[in-house]
Design a protein around this ligand. Structure first.
Ligand code: ZN
Length: 87
């Protein structure tokens, strides 16, 4: 099991994985209660959370990224929009 990265929103070090709606898992920050994308396994939930924690995203961009990760239809398009002008 990989390690939790700091919260993408408040940079708090500690987060937990909890069950959402009995079928899904999500990582939640202990400090600001921001929640990562819902995933069907704890590993995927943690991976999605850590991905959002990468880089120096603003809170607004991180929120967009979490939305993008939760949308399986056009993640590449959403990420392209998000990263435009930041690279
Ligand atoms: Zn937080």
């Amino acid at each position: 099991m990989s390690k939790h990265k700091p919260c993408p929103f408040c940079k708090h070090e500690f987060s937990t994985i909890y069950a959402v709606e009995e079928e899904f898992w999500a990582v939640q920050c202990f400090n600001c209660h921001a929640r990562g994308p819902k995933k069907s396994t704890t590993d995927e939930a943690l991976k999605a959370w850590n991905f959002a924690a990468l880089g120096k995203l603003t809170r607004k961009d991180a929120e967009k990224l979490v939305e993008a990760l939760e949308n399986p239809l056009e993640p590449n398009e959403a990420l392209r929009k998000l990263m435009k002008g930041r690279l």
